[in-house]
Design a protein around this ligand. Structure first.
Ligand SMILES: Nc1ncnc2c1ncn2[C@@H]1O[C@H](COP(=O)(O)OP(=O)(O)OP(=O)(O)O)[C@@H](O)[C@H]1O
Ligand SMILES: [Mg+2]
Length: 380
């Protein structure tokens, strides 16, 4: 016998005891635990306490009806699957029920066959969503691995300067000491230089460690700080390719989410700009612009990133966020960069992202390039 698919828990709300008992017997076979409630208020309590995977509820009930209860539940979890069981006499509620966009409506007397079908359908959907989520997490992880190589070269670059400052200062001091010519003031100043530089080295290590940590750290973060980190992290490859960054970043904007994911999303865009500019050999100046603007009325932050590499061919513009779409050949690109960026921005950070080509002026010259516009919810 094939095993029946189950979820962890289902909440079933029905005020008529006889119906409740009859249906509970069926519903029970689709979950490890079934919670039954007699009215909306009790159901809300159970919802908060047990976080069920599915809700099946009558509409007309005492104390709080099913519609009002579901409105409250949807405010807390918009994606929770709900099935209404309704009687013809509930016709007054139908419009409200439809507006709630629930997974299904079953007319009383309930056909057990239909109920089973509906529940199985929902369980399939939940499993599919879970699989998709796991797949996305895996992609995110693998694209992180792909970024490691690039990051290592960035560490090497970022460290060269402070390491050389430390070594020069220490050798200089040793020499002065040997010549018996090291005034106290100079000694303390040099110690500070060495200290500042080691501090910087340890901070960069912290940044990289956070970047690669698999845990999501949800928090309020300062956008300015993280955009600057992004620029730091790509600075080695930008310098090597003579790319200049022009930035206008508001220092006071805060957003919410996992800042390391935003870091990854932005770095993917910056790396693409670098690749495009690398190939644009006729440009006398290679530029990447990063701007932020607050849109107080919509409570949004807008981040704009554009380059002057000539833009993205119009025929591929609609495809660039698709997974595995690349024009770089499998040796140079996985085609996952912008897909990951899109996933992070829209799903994880609850923002939006769009792309277009733009012709613009900079220092009295006209340029064309790809422009990415990201909006993120703003935290005051
Ligand atoms: N700034 C840009 N200018 C021109 N073309 C771009 C730009 N950004 C993206 N593209 C195009 O979009 C395609 C998809 O980008 P995406 O980052 O998803 O993958 P990729 O860069 O090819 O590979 P990778 O997964 O290694 O990042 C690129 O292959 C390129 O053709
Ligand atoms: Mg890319």
């Amino acid at each position: 016998m094939t095993e029946v698919k189950k979820v962890k828990s289902i909440l079933y709300v029905e005020d008529e005891k006889a119906i409740q008992e009859e249906l509970a017997e069926v519903i029970e076979t689709f979950c490890e635990t079934l919670y039954t409630a007699d009215d909306g208020i009790q159901a809300l309590k159970y919802f908060d306490a047990y976080k069920p995977d599915i809700i099946i509820t009558d509409i007309r009930m005492p104390i709080m009806d099913g519609i009002e209860m579901c409105k409250k539940i949807k405010e807390k979890n918009q994606n929770i699957p709900i099935i209404f069981t309704t009687a013809f006499s509930d016709v007054d509620y139908f419009q409200d029920a439809i507006e709630l966009q629930v997974e299904g409506y079953l007319l009383k007397p309930i056909s057990l066959e239909l109920l089973e079908k509906k529940i199985l359908n929902i369980i399939d959907n939940i499993e599919l969503k879970k699989e998709l989520f796991e797949k996305e997490q895996m992609l995110l992880q693998s694209s992180k691995l792909a970024a490691i190589g690039e990051m290592l070269s960035n560490i090497a670059h970022q460290w060269r300067q402070p390491l050389s400052a430390i070594s020069t200062t220490a050798t200089g001091m040793k020499l002065l000491k040997e010549m018996d010519n090291l005034p106290d003031e100079q000694f303390y100043k040099n110690c500070d230089v060495i200290n500042d530089n080691t501090q910087y080295l340890s901070n960069t290590i912290e940044d990289f460690k956070n970047f690669f940590s698999p845990k999501n750290q949800l928090k309020v973060f300062n956008l300015h700080e993280y955009l600057n980190k992004c620029i730091d992290l790509v600075s080695a490859s930008f310098d090597n390719n003579l790319i200049k960054t022009v930035k206008e970043i508001d220092e006071k904007i805060n957003s919410f989410g996992d800042p390391n994911q935003l870091l990854q999303a932005i770095i993917n865009i910056l790396n693409n700009a670098k690749d495009a500019l690398k190939d644009a050999s006729t440009l006398h100046e290679k530029l990447v612009f990063i701007f932020t603007v607050k849109e107080d009325k919509d409570n949004h932050i807008v981040i704009t990133i554009k380059d002057n590499a000539g833009g993205i061919p119009e025929n591929i513009l609609p495809k660039i966020f698709e997974p595995y779409f690349t024009t770089k050949g499998s040796k140079h690109g996985t085609g996952l960069g912008l897909y990951i960026t899109h996933t992070i921005i829209t799903k994880n950070l609850k923002g939006t992202i769009k792309v277009e080509n733009e012709i613009f002026e900079y220092e009295e010259k006209s340029y064309k390039g790809a422009k990415f516009t990201i909006t993120l919810p703003m935290i005051k």
